[in-house]
Each structure stands twice: as C-alpha cells, then as structure tokens.
Design a protein around this ligand. Structure first.
Ligand code: PRP
Length: 205
C-alpha cells in the first residue's frame, strides 16, 4: 500500500487521470472527503504547499507537487520524476518600461516565494527587502508596496492585465513526482513500479 499526497485542484485531477489510465479503474474522491482508498493506494487531498510536508514526514510515501514549491520549501525529499505538466516560470516582474537595477542600494520585493527570492538576490549580492504576501502579488508594485515582484507566471495574463512585465526569469517549473527517502528504501519495489507506470503514461503522450 502506498500513500499518495495530491494537491487539491487540477494537479490532483490530472494525476488521478494518470492512475485511471494505468489501472483501468475510476479514482474519484467522494464529496468533501480527503482520503480515497483503493486496493493498492491511499490518496490524500492536501493543500499544494503541504504536499512536500506530508511526504517529508512520511505521512505520505509519494506526492505530486511543483518544482517551484519544492525549491521554495527546501524539504529533503526525492525528486523521482518530472511529470512534464503544469509548466510555469518563477519570474521577476516590474511595471512596464521599468528596468531592474541591481546596483540600487536596496530593492523592495513582494512575493509568496520568500526563499527563492532571498537566494536569487543574495547570489547577486543585492540587498533585498523581502515582503511576504499570500496572493494578488501583482498589486504590490502598483501601489508602491514594492519595486518588483517575484511570482509565478503561467500564461502571463495576470501581469499583462496589471501593467507589469517579466524582466528576469528565475526558474522554470513543472510538476514532479516526489518520494519520502525512507519509503523509497522500505517500499522500493512499489515506488519504482508506480514510477515506471507513470513514466510510461507520460512518455506515451
Ligand atoms: C498565480 C500567480 C499569478 C498567476 C499567474 O496566482 O501568483 O498571480 O497565477 O498566472 P498567469 O500568468 O497565467 O496569469 P494564483 O492563481 O495562485 O492566485 P494568488 O497569487 O492570488 O494566490
């Protein structure tokens, strides 16, 4: 039995669809239920930011989560497989026409991704005042809360609609299959089996 942590929303649906393809069965959570048990799997429905936490503490053996979130949280989990879905970028955005000047004495950065931001500016020896927000990041430069934002860009629509543009890309992200380190050894056969089956489905597309 493998416990699988899935982030609520599209990624969970996509991943369950992959399992349905593999096993020719239906995998659907009952209304409001957070656990779905099948013969071989226990699926957990968690918040996106909590997937790696469940896996790191071995409350789940494996999980599915974006590379951006893995990098931001820095939890020690095994990155088993790039699922080549949910492609997006973590990027620096500014008001249209403005230029990123790394020689400024201090840059005010609004972001959900505090650690990725800190690392980026520290590596360039730039003093950054990092302001943690929980959403609607694009608003910050429009009202003078920050000079720049570090945020997820998928289609680019949110930035464009708010008069912002990408001035620098920090990283590319896709969804990954991750595993707990102990589970990987204790349940190696099961983990590698599902890894191979998922890999076959995503490679076939
Ligand atoms: C994410 C991100 C951007 C938007 C990017 O926000 O923070 O705001 O999606 O997507 P786009 O490039 O396709 O427009 P999310 O939907 O998670 O909302 P929140 O930031 O307000 O939590």
């Amino acid at each position: 039995m493998l416990t699988v942590a899935l982030p609520k929303g599209r990624i969970a649906e996509d991943t369950l669809a992959i399992f349905e393809t593999i096993f020719g069965d239906t995998f659907v959570f009952d209304d409001r239920k957070l656990i779905l048990e099948t013969a071989d799997f226990k699926f957990l429905l968690v918040r996106n930011q909590d997937v790696a936490t469940y896996v790191y503490h071995q409350a789940a053996d494996i999980g599915v989560v974006g590379l951006d979130t893995i990098e931001e949280q820095g939890l020690d989990v095994i990155r088993l497989l790039d699922l080549q879905r949910g492609r997006c970028k973590v990027a620096i955005g500014m008001r249209k026409g403005e230029k990123l000047d790394l020689s400024k004495p201090e840059i005010k950065v609004a972001t959900k991704m505090v650690n990725i931001s800190k690392r980026y500016f520290a590596e360039r020896a730039v003093a950054a005042d990092i302001i943690k927000l929980y959403g609607s990041i694009e608003l910050a430069p429009l009202v003078g809360l920050s000079d720049v934002i570090v945020d997820i860009v998928e289609t680019g629509t949110t930035m464009r609609q708010n008069g912002l543009e990408v001035v620098e890309e920090i990283m590319e992200s896709t969804t990954y299959l991750i595993a707990n380190k102990n589970s990987f050894f204790e349940k190696k056969g099961e983990v590698l089996d599902i890894y191979e089956k998922i890999n076959r489905v995503i490679s076939a597309k």
